[in-house]
Write a protein that binds this ligand. Structure first.
Ligand code: PEP
Ligand code: MG
Length: 885
C-alpha cells in the first residue's frame, strides 16, 4: 500500500518513496537501499512516517486500510522466511524498531523477539535444537515488551533475575540453563499479571500492534520532545516503524553480532573499525555487558588484545562483511556506520547510515575520497562542518585525559590551556616573561589587561558574554577563554578565588577548555594541531570555489602574521584603541584625555604619533600589498582613565598636574551609558586632533613602507559609529586633508580609501546618503545588533541563555546574526549604498564574520568580503566556499 513498503527476500519496492528518508525514515530507507543492491537484509516492511503523524493527530488510532497492509507485510515476511507468525511448530519472530528521518540515538523504542508465546517458544526450541536459546529469547522478549509497550518498571524483572542467580550461586547470565530461563519466564509473567491485573499477551497479532503503537507513542515521549527541541527537529516529521524478521547472533559459536565503521571515525584512516561479540544479541555489544572484541587482525594486534578478531575466527563471514563494506561505501560515497549479525555462519545486514566522525577524520576522509574518485571537490567541501575546523586550529585536551571540573562558563574562545592562576595582568606578564604558563583570572577584563591577556595561556572571567571584551580579544589572539563563569568569585586582597565549592589560590594550576567552557583543577594533557596535509588541501579547494574574500580582524604584527598563515587576504578591522593600551603608552594617552585644552592634547598626541606610526609600519610590512582597514579611535574615553590613587599619583608626576585636578577631570568624563556615549566618530568630531594624529601616522607609515618595499600598502581608513552623512563628510575631509599634507611632505602619493562602519540603525537607514561620502561600508554587526535589539553586549550574558532556551532567539544574536531582524538593516544598507555608489565595497567585521550561518547570509547579500578573528579565517574560507556552491 501507499504506507507500507516491503524489503528483503527478493522484494524491492518500486515505489520511490520507499527510499525517501522523509517517508520511510532513515533506517527504513537504508534497508530498502541495501536490499535493492542485493545485500543480505532480513526480510521486513516499513510503515511510513505519515502513519505516525496520523496516529498522533487522531487520538492514537490507525487508518482502517493499515490493518490489511500490515497483514500483507507479515505475509511477505512469512513467505520470504518460510516461517509463520504465531505458528507453534515453525514460528516467525520479528523485531519492531523506530526510524525517524534523522537518527535520534536512544530516544525511541525497540522491541526484539516479538512473536514468542507459550506455544511458539516450544517451536523455536525444537526448530533450533536449543531450548536454552529459545527460553532466553522469550524472557528477553517479555522483559522488553513489558518495559516498552506495557510501561512496567524493568527493575522488577532485573531483581527477579538476580534472585535466580543468587539462589543458584551464578555470577553471570551465561551460567543459566534452559530450565532457569523457563522458570524466570514464569516469574516475569506473574509480575505482569500482578501489576496489570491481566496476563501477558499471548496473541502475536496483539503483540505486534501493541509494539507498533508503542513506537509511535515514543515519538511523543518527553525525552524525544527534548531531543527534538535541542536539535531543531519538527514535531510533524514523525517516525517510521520497521518490522523485520529476527536473525539471531546468539545461536552458538557460529553466530555473532557487531557494529562497524567502514573507516576509522576518529582518525579517518582507511581501515575497517568495529567491535563484535560471538554468541550475542545486538544490545549486548552496545550495552557493555560483555567486552566486545576487535573486528580485524590488525586492530587486535595494534591493541595487543588476546581474544581473536572476527577476521581470524570467522574468516568466511568476515570476508563477506568486508565485501559489503566496499559495496556500501561505493553506493553511498561516504563512510558508513553498520550493524550486522551472523546467524549460524550466515551474514545479515541490519542497518547502515553515514557515520559520525571527528573533524580530523572528516578532513582525511573527504580528501581521500576525492583521490579515490568517490566524490568531487564540491562534495568534499560541503561535507566538512566549518565550525568543526576549530577543533583542529588550537591545541585541544587529550580526550583520554581525566577531568576534575571546578566550574563552567561560556566557551568564549576555543582551545585548551593550563597554567598557574594569576589575578592581575602585571603579574601575568611578569611570570610569563620568566617562562611560566599562567591563566589570567579576572572578574572581567578591561582593555588595560591586554598585555596580561597576551602573556597568559588562557583567560577566565566571572562576567561577560561571548562578545565581551575578554572573549573578542581572546579569540583575536587565539587564546582559549572561558567567560561569564558564574560559579567563580574572586577575593583580590587575599588572592584567592572560589570555583564551585573549592578554593583556588594564586599559583595553583588550572586547565581551561575553551571549547565547552569547563574549568578544571590541575594540568590536563593536550594534543597539538596540524594545519598541513589534508587541511591544506581542503583549503585550496575552498579558495577555488568561493566568491567572497576573507580578511582578518587584527591589530598586532603577530596577529597579522597568524592571519596570513591562515590565509587572510587583508585586514578587515584594525581596532586602534587596542594599540593605545600597549606597553608604556597609557600615560601619554591619559595625559591626552585629561588635558584641559587642545594645546595640552596636542602635546600628548605628539608623543603618541611615532608609536602609532611604527605600529602601522609593521602591520603594513606583514600585510604587504594587501588592503588594511584601520579604524580610528572608538572606545569611550573613560575606559582609559586611571584607577586608584597610585595610578593618579603616577600620572600627576608625568603631567605635572595635581592629583585633585586630575581626579576632577576624570569625574567630568564619567558617563552613565558609555556604549551610547562619547565614543566612535563623536571623539573625532569633538577632538579632531586625535583623528588627525592617527591619519598622519597611517599615511606616513604607508609612504615609508611603499618607499622601502615597493609593495605599496592599501590603507582603508574607517570611521566608526557614524549615524549621519554630515559626520562622515567632516571627518572624511579631515582625513583627505592630512593625506594631502603627508603626500606633499613625502613627495609621493598612494592609493587609499575612506569609508565607514555601518553599526547604527540610523546609518543603515541613511546608507544612500552616507554612501555619497564613503567608498566602502563595513558592517559592525556587534554594535548593530546591540543597538537594533536594544541589548547591551556586555550585559547580555545574564539573560540571553534563557532567551535562546525558550526559542525567543534561535541562537545567541551576538554569535549568529539575527538575519530576520538585523539582517534586514544589512540588506537595506547594502542596497541603498550601492544605488548611490555602484562600486561601493561592502564587508562585515563584527564577530558574525566568522560564523558560517552569518557568512551564508553575507554571500546572499552580495558582500565583497567577511572579516574574522585570525583563528576563524580558515572557518570563514570554508563557509564562504559552501555559501557559493
Ligand atoms: C562592531 O561593532 O561590530 C565592531 C566590529 O566594532 P567593535 O566590536 O570594536 O565595537
Ligand atoms: Mg563597533
Amino acid at each position: 500500500s501507499a504506507y507500507v513498503f516491503h524489503f528483503g527476500g527478493g522484494a524491492v519496492s518500486s515505489d520511490p518513496r520507499a527510499k525517501d528518508k522523509t517517508i520511510a525514515g532513515g533506517k527504513g530507507s537504508n534497508l530498502a537501499e541495501m536490499a535493492g543492491i542485493g545485500l543480505p537484509v532480513p526480510p521486513g516492511f516499513t510503515i511510513s512516517t505519515e502513519v505516525c503523524t496520523y496516529y498522533n493527530a487522531n487520538a492514537k488510532t490507525f487508518d482502517d486500510a493499515l490493518r490489511a497492509s500490515v497483514a500483507a507485510g507479515v505475509a511477505h515476511v512469512e513467505a520470504a522466511t518460510g516461517r509463520v507468525f504465531g505458528d507453534a511448530v515453525n514460528p516467525l519472530l520479528v523485531s519492531v524498531r523506530s526510524g525517524a528521518r534523522v537518527s535520534m540515538p536512544g530516544m525511541m523504542d525497540t522491541v526484539l523477539n516479538l512473536g514468542l508465546n507459550d506455544q511458539t517458544v516450544e517451536g523455536l526450541a525444537a526448530g533450533s535444537g536449543d531450548p536454552r536459546f529459545a527460553w532466553d529469547s522469550y524472557r528477553r522478549f517479555v522483559q522488553m515488551y513489558s518495559d516498552v509497550v506495557l510501561g512496567l518498571d524493568h527493575h522488577r524483572f532485573e531483581d527477579a533475575l538476580e534472585i535466580v542467580k543468587e539462589d543458584n550461586g551464578f555470577f553471570s547470565d551465561v551460567e543459566l540453563g534452559a530450565e532457569h530461563w523457563q522458570a524466570l519466564v514464569g516469574e516475569y509473567k506473574a509480575i505482569v499479571q500482578e501489576q496489570l491485573g491481566r496476563p501477558f499477551p499471548q496473541d502475536v497479532h496483539e503483540q505486534l500492534w501493541g509494539a507498533i503503537g508503542a513506537v509511535f507513542d515514543s515519538w511523543e515521549s518527553d525525552r524525544a520532545k527534548v531531543y527534538r527541541r535541542l536539535n531543531d527537529i519538527p514535531a510533524d516529521w514523525g517516525t517510521a516503524v520497521n518490522v523485520q524478521a529476527m536473525v539471531f547472533g546468539n545461536m552458538g559459536d557460529t553466530s555473532a553480532t557487531g557494529v562497524a565503521f567502514t573507516r576509522d571515525p576518529a582518525t579517518g584512516e582507511k581501515a575497517y573499525y568495529g567491535e563484535w561479540l560471538v554468541n550475542a544479541q545486538g544490545e549486548d555489544v552496545v550495552a557493555g555487558i560483555r567486552t566486545p572484541q576487535y573486528l580485524t587482525l590488525a586492530a587486535r594486534e595494534r591493541a595487543g588484545a588476546k581474544p581473536l578478531s572476527m577476521e581470524e575466527s570467522m574468516p568466511g563471514a568476515y570476508g563477506e562483511l568486508a565485501h559489503v563494506f566496499e559495496l556500501l561505501e561505493k553506493h553511498y560515497a561516504d563512510m558508513q556506520d553498520i550493524e550486522f549479525t551472523v546467524e549460524q555462519g550466515k551474514l545479515w545486514m541490519l542497518q547502515t547510515r553515514s557515520g559520525k566522525r571527528t573533524a580530523k577524520a572528516a578532513l582525511k576522509m573527504a580528501v581521500d575520497m576525492v583521490a579515490e574518485g568517490l566524490i568531487d571537490e564540491a562534495t568534499a567541501i560541503r561535507r566538512i562542518d566549518p565550525m568543526a575546523l576549530d577543533q583542529l586550529l588550537h591545541p585541544t585536551l587529550d580526550p583520554k585525559a581525566k577531568r576534575d571540573v571546578l566550574t563552567k562558563g561560556l566557551p568564549a574562545s576555543p582551545g585548551a590551556a593550563s597554567g598557574a592562576v594569576v589575578f592581575d595582568a602585571d603579574t601575568a606578564q611578569m611570570l610569563a616573561e620568566r617562562g611560566d604558563a599562567v591563566i589570567l583570572v579576572r572578574v572581567e577584563t578591561s582593555p588595560e589587561d591586554i598585555h596580561g591577556m597576551h602573556a597568559a595561556k588562557g583567560i577566565l572571567t566571572a562576567r561577560g558574554g561571548m562578545t565581551s571584551h575578554a572573549a573578542v580579544v581572546a579569540r583575536g589572539m587565539g587564546r582559549p577563554c572561558v567567560s561569564g563563569a558564574s560559579g567563580l568569585s574572586i577575593d583580590m586582597k587575599a588572592k584567592v578565588a572560589r570555583m564551585g565549592d573549592r578554593e583556588i589560590r594564586e599559583g595553583d594550576v588550572i586547565t581551561l577548555d575553551g571549547s565547552n567552557g569547563e574549568v578544571m583543577a590541575g594540568k590536563v594533557d593536550t594534543v597539538e594541531p596540524e594545519l598541513v596535509g589534508d587541511f591544506g588541501t581542503l583549503m585550496v579547494w575552498a579558495d577555488k570555489h568561493r566568491r567572497m574574500k576573507v580578511r582578518a580582524n587584527a591589530e598586532t604584527p603577530l596577529d597579522c602574521q597568524v592571519a596570513r598563515q591562515f590565509g587572510a587576504e587583508g585586514v578587515g578591522l584594525c581596532r586602534t584603541e587596542h594599540m593605545f593600551f600597549d606597553a608604556g603608552r597609557i600615560s601619554a594617552v591619559r595625559q591626552m584625555i585629561l588635558a584641559d585644552d587642545e594645546a595640552g592634547r596636542r602635546t600628548a598626541l605628539a608623543k603618541l604619533l611615532p608609536e602609532q606610526r611604527s605600529d602601522f609600519q609593521s602591520i603594513f610590512e606583514v600585510m604587504a600589498g594587501l588592503p588594511v582597514t584601520i579604524r580610528l579611535l572608538d572606545p569611550p574615553l573613560h575606559e582609559f582613565l586611571p584607577h586608584g590613587d597610585a595610578e593618579f599619583a603616577d600620572l600627576a608626576e608625568v603631567t605635572g598636574l595635581g592629583v585633585e585636578h586630575l581626579k576632577r577631570r576624570a569625574g567630568e568624563l564619567h558617563e552613565f551609558n558609555p556604549m551610547l556615549g562619547h565614543r566612535g566618530c563623536r571623539l573625532g568630531i569633538t577632538f579632531p586632533e586625535i583623528y588627525e594624529m592617527q591619519a598622519r601616522a597611517i599615511f606616513e607609515a604607508a609612504c615609508d613602507v611603499a618607499d622601502k618595499s615597493g609593495d605599496a600598502p592599501i590603507p582603508e581608513v574607517m570611521i566608526p559609529l557614524v549615524a549621519t552623512r554630515k559626520e562622515l563628510e567632516i571627518l572624511r575631509a579631515l582625513v583627505d586633508r592630512v593625506a594631502l599634507e603627508v603626500f606633499a611632505e613625502k613627495g609621493r602619493t598612494l592609493e587609499y580609501l575612506v569609508g565607514t562602519m555601518i553599526e547604527l540603525p540610523r546609518a543603515a537607514l541613511m546608507a544612500g546618503e552616507i554612501a555619497e561620502e564613503a567608498t566602502f561600508f563595513s558592517f559592525g554587526t556587534n554594535d548593530l545588533t546591540q543597538t537594533t535589539l536594544g541589548v547591551s553586549r556586555d550585559d547580555a550574558a545574564r539573560f540571553l541563555n534563557p532567551y535562546v532556551e525558550q526559542g525567543i532567539y534561535p541562537r545567541d544574536p551576538f554569535v549568529s546574526l539575527d538575519i530576520e531582524g538585523v539582517g534586514q538593516l544589512v540588506e537595506m544598507a547594502a542596497e541603498r549604498g550601492r544605488k548611490t555608489r555602484p562600486g561601493l565595497k561592502l564587508g562585515i567585521c563584527g564577530e558574525h564574520g566568522g560564523d558560517p550561518a552569518s557568512i551564508a547570509f553575507c554571500e546572499k547579500t552580495g558582500l565583497d568580503y567577511v572579516s574574522a578573528s585570525p583563528y576563524r579565517v580558515p572557518i570563514a574560507r570554508l563557509a564562504a566556499a559552501q555559501a557559493s556552491l
